[in-house]
Write a protein that binds this ligand. Structure first.
Ligand code: UDP
Length: 345
């Protein structure tokens, strides 16, 4: 098949630091290209892919994330190229809202099936948007939970779980004596709760992850005052290499989220290295973590503290195996290929 993949324009594919969608797009493009599909990826010009890369912006620009003046140029460029080529079988869109909003206005040359993977949660703004455009394209959810939160009557094509490249995540059964909290440092990801849990459990906590501008106050008020460099450590935004080391050596990954996580890549990153996850029951968590096998799905801070004491019950091999069984790039590509075939007909 000849497939156009439209990534968001803000962050390199794959990302050097923060970026969930961009990892998924990278693995999907490489996986589909290896299977012989002709894939064109529209993304920032400093991306690396085995697909053909096309870009209007030479470099990533996370500092203007969400500004329509950039988004619109990226999407208009992609659609113009797709129209000029005239022979794409399918458009798989991972970018924001523009492709969907203007789908009905595409010229006939771009009259191809459009699959849009929803990578975000259904907050009030997103819900209103998808309600208005529920039939404009075919939609894919990244968890059953996410799909259940959409407006009635959405044109769902399926649910395809995200994945990771297992070979990048070293299985490490020998752990060191710290708990890990990792991701965007913000209230929704519950870093302040991770600190409380680690303290009450008498454990060292290592935290790492980007502090985006809009969450600077949260960091300064709720996280930073607790950092002492011994029991509570914060390493900032780290390289991919350091990230993988941190996951691999942690005795447990804390995920005390306070929002309806649509998937939560960090959970499978932990599990791939053999590190169990202790997570609050929110969003996709019960689908990703098998309670008692790959970690603990709990209902509050007290239960989270109690679960830390039960970490030795979890076999690191079971964590790794769960990713091998459910979250490989091959499985994700199989699932998307099946959807594409159905849509292309
Ligand atoms: N990530 C990273 N550096 C950071 C923060 C996050 O590399 O400072 C990565 C993280 O490992 C994961 C992705 O970005 O691969 C975030 O995806 P996830 O689904 O966990 O959460 P999101 O932030 O998209 O809600």
């Amino acid at each position: 098949m000849k497939i156009a993949q439209i990534a968001p324009p803000w962050i390199t594919v794959p990302p050097a630091g923060y970026g969930g969608t961009e990892w998924v797009v990278q693995q999907l493009c490489d996986g589909l290209s290896d299977r012989g599909h002709e894939v064109t990826l529209f993304a920032s010009g400093d991306s690396h892919t085995r697909a053909t890369l096309r870009s209007v912006f030479p470099k990533q620009q996370p500092e203007v994330m969400g500004q329509t003046a950039f988004d619109a140029r990226h999407v208009a460029f992609a659609l113009a190229e797709i129209e000029a080529a005239g022979d794409f079988d399918l458009i798989h869109d991972h970018s924001g809202f523009l492709v969907i909003a203007f789908r009905r206005l595409f010229g006939r040359a771009v009259d191809r099936p459009v699959l849009h993977t929803i990578h975000c949660a259904f907050d009030a703004a997103a819900y209103g948007f998808y309600e208005q455009f529920k039939g404009a394209v075919s939609y894919n959810a990244i968890s059953e939970y996410q799909r259940s939160q959409g407006p009635a009557g959405m044109n769902w094509a399926g649910v395809v779980y995200n994945a990771l490249a297992l070979e990048q995540w070293q299985y490490t059964p020998d752990k060191e004596d710290y708990l890990l909290a990792f991701g965007r440092v913000c209230e929704a990801k519950g870093f302040h709760l991770a600190i409380e849990v680690a303290r009450r459990a008498g454990s060292k906590l290592v935290m790492a992850g980007v502090v985006q501008d809009q969450y600077a106050d949260y960091f300064h008020e709720r996280v930073e005052p607790h950092i002492d460099g011994r029991q509570v450590v914060y390493e900032g935004e780290v390289t991919n290499e350091r990230k993988r080391e941190l996951f691999a050596h942690a005795r447990g990954f804390l995920f005390p989220i306070l929002w309806p996580e649509p998937f939560g890549l960090v959970m499978i990153e932990a599990m791939a290295t053999g590190t169990p996850v202790i997570a609050l029951r929110q969003g996709s968590v019960p689908e990703v973590v098998e309670h008692g096998r790959t970690g603990f799905v709990v209902n509050g801070v007290d239960e989270m503290v109690a679960a830390v004491a039960r970490l030795p019950e979890i076999d690191p091999r079971a964590c790794r195996r769960s990713v091998e069984e459910r979250f490989t790039v091959a499985r994700m590509c199989d699932d998307y290929e099946a959807l594409y075939r159905r849509l292309v007909g």
